[in-house]
Write a protein that binds this ligand. Structure first.
Ligand code: ARG
Length: 232
């Protein structure tokens, strides 16, 4: 089973949190999406077996550090703090933090978020930015309710437990498309680069994965996969 497999020279284990359409999400029992397909293409290039391990988002970096996973690929934003704990490949996609609100919400822009209940996915950049102190551009710990999955934050929004959800733009679009009565605010919160995280001491794997990714970007494979999941 996936549980008993450990990362080794022949198996590329991708740790992710699979409630983040179109990057990773379930179709039946299978995790599909941009990261799932690009990850598989990297494993194929390296002649490795490919496994996906679906865990909490804030467990991904610890799983890489302990060697349970070979890499983290989860629409994961490169941040200086994360770079202290893992290495990142080149970027393969970009994201924007956006705000989802009910269609009839009085929140019209991010300037209206003060004093509001904000739902986020635990450990994500949305969580980090919003729970920062107001002096640092956030709204403070007390403003934020953290959920294990982005989808749980959206459920909380639908049931009125929070006033808005701060999350990446493409998953936001997917959540709004799948649930009635929600909209995305026009104002954007932050622009980010997504990359693959690898253990700091595994420079050999970092080089191999980064080179494979570079080739897949170069030959148009990544764009083809993106176009399959994102229609602009
Ligand atoms: N880009 C954001 C971050 O890195 C959110 C990523 C959440 N990814 C996921 N698969 N649930 O913090």
């Amino acid at each position: 089973s996936e549980e008993s497999t450990t990362a080794d020279d022949n198996t590329l284990i991708m740790a992710t949190n699979a409630f983040f359409e179109p990057y990773e999400y379930y179709e039946g029992d299978e995790v599909v999406g941009i990261d799932a397909e690009v990850g598989k293409a990297i494993a194929d290039k390296l002649g490795m077996e490919f496994k996906i391990s679906d865990i909490d988002f804030d467990s991904i970096i610890p799983a890489i550090q302990s060697g349970k996973a070979s890499m983290g690929m989860a629409g994961m934003t490169v941040t200086p703090e994360r770079e202290e704990n893992v290495s990142f490949t080149r970027s393969y996609a970009t994201g924007i933090q956006v705000v989802i609100v009910p269609e009839d919400s009085t929140i019209a822009s991010i300037d209206d978020l003060e004093g509001k209940k904000i739902g986020v996915q635990q450990g994500t950049t949305g969580d980090i930015y919003c729970s920062d102190s107001p002096e640092k551009g956030g709204y403070g710990e007390d403003a934020v309710t953290r959920y294990n999955k982005g989808s749980d934050a959206v459920m909380a929004l639908l049931s009125g437990k929070v006033d808005c959800v701060v999350i990446d733009n493409e998953p936001a679009k997917a959540f709004v498309a799948a649930n009635e009565g929600l909209k995305i605010l026009d104002t954007e919160y932050a622009n980010e680069d997504y990359a693959i995280a690898i253990a700091k001491d595994n420079t050999e794997l970092l080089e191999k994965v980064d080179k494979a990714l570079a080739e897949l970007i170069e030959d148009g494979t990544v764009q083809k996969i993106v176009d399959k999941y994102i229609t602009s």
